[in-house]
Design a protein around this ligand. Structure first.
Ligand code: ADE
Ligand code: ZN
Length: 347
């Protein structure tokens, strides 16, 4: 076989193995699953951003411009059927990437049409996820996310709603948005995370994306999160890296997102390998797949190619994704059994 064809078939085999690798996705924003074309934002004049002529994907200068785009896109989702469709499609894409469980972050501040009907918002998503689970066998949990830059009273009102309504589908509390614009907010959010944890909710927080290592430290030491979303700038503080490794705090890393938003200059320059090699538990995720053109399989395959990851490393990353997910204990056990089968390991 010619060398090029041989290389192609090896990479096809690799992608097929990765697709079948049982895994979870634990860092996925509902806001990044609104198809731009479905809300008319595939038109540059309306979208307010440029588009890549090659891939047709929108381009963002930075996180601030990206978050503004999310506001515009989500404001155009006014019908329950749109939410059902978005939720269903999340499960369909998950299944086609071999993802058996997804934790989906939703941030009500991006969705003005639903601000006074959060119960209805979650109910419509729930319908879509239920139909998707029936058709594709993918389980889904929701995490309500606060915004770093929002007034304290608004975040408190969202936590009040969550603890009163307590929809079954919502199992966690999170915080996202622009830490660079908000400054250091760990102290402000800490009481809300304590309330959520006391009520039996899971917790995670964006940190170390638009903030430096101090943001990651605050997420761990002040918010006491189970998982850090991104967390990659922890790499700038060796003592913090050692702490994350020693305390087994998982980072849900989104390499393509970090490249697309200019957090790192290229995948080759991404610190995920340095963190992993230092013993930090990392999973791979898409963040906002319909805006970055990312897929879970793509993240695994590109990291394998860039960092020389073999199957045992890819299997370990998949294991972190399942173990750090907010799926029920029974579902995590099922997926871990599937993973061991795939890797040829006896339980
Ligand atoms: N919301 C959606 N994607 C995000 C990201 N990458 N960082 C912060 N907030 C977000
Ligand atoms: Zn994110």
């Amino acid at each position: 076989m010619p060398v090029d064809a041989e290389r192609l078939s090896a990479s096809t085999r690799q992608a097929s193995w990765v697709r079948r690798l049982p895994k979870a996705e634990v860092h996925l924003h509902l806001e990044g699953c609104v198809p731009p074309a479905a809300v008319g934002l595939d038109d540059p004049a309306r979208a307010g951003v440029t588009f890549d002529p090659g891939t047709g994907a929108p381009r963002f200068r930075d996180l601030a411009e990206f978050l503004g785009f999310l506001d515009r896109a989500c404001a155009l989702v006014t019908e329950g059927t749109q939410l059902e469709h978005i939720a269903y499609e999340i499960t369909r894409r998950a299944a086609s990437n071999g993802v058996g469980h997804t934790d989906v972050i939703f941030n009500p501040t991006h969705w003005p049409a639903w601000r006074t009907d959060l119960d209805g918002f979650v109910e419509r998503l729930d319908h879509g996820f239920e139909a998707g689970e029936a058709d594709h066998g993918v389980t889904t949990a929701l995490c309500l996310s606060l915004t770093r830059t929002q007034p304290a009273a608004d975040s408190a009102a969202l936590v009040d709603w969550l603890l009163e309504a307590r929809p079954d589908r919502v199992v966690g509390l999170s915080v996202d948005g622009n830490e660079a614009a908000a400054g250091r907010t760990g102290q402000r959010f800490a009481p809300l995370f304590t309330r959520a944890r006391s009520a039996g909710l899971h917790t995670c927080a964006h940190a170390g994306e638009s903030s430096g290592p101090e943001g990651v430290r605050d997420a761990v030491e002040l918010l006491h999160v189970e998982r850090v979303d991104h967390g990659i700038r922890a790499v700038e503080d060796p003592a913090l890296v050692a702490k994350l490794a020693a305390e087994a705090v998982p980072l849900d890393v989104c390499p393509t997102s970090n490249v697309r938003l200019g957090v790192v200059s290229s995948l080759a320059a991404h610190p995920v390998e340095q963190l992993r090699a230092a013993g930090v538990r990392v999973s791979l995720n898409t963040d906002d797949p319909l805006l970055f053109g990312s897929s879970v399989v793509g993240e695994y395959v590109q990291c394998a190619r860039t960092f020389g990851w073999d199957r045992s490393i890819l299997g370990a990353v998949a294991r972190v994704s399942i173990e750090s997910s907010f799926a029920t204990r029974e579902r995590r056990r099922e997926l871990l059994c599937d993973l061991d089968d795939h890797l040829g390991l006896a339980r």
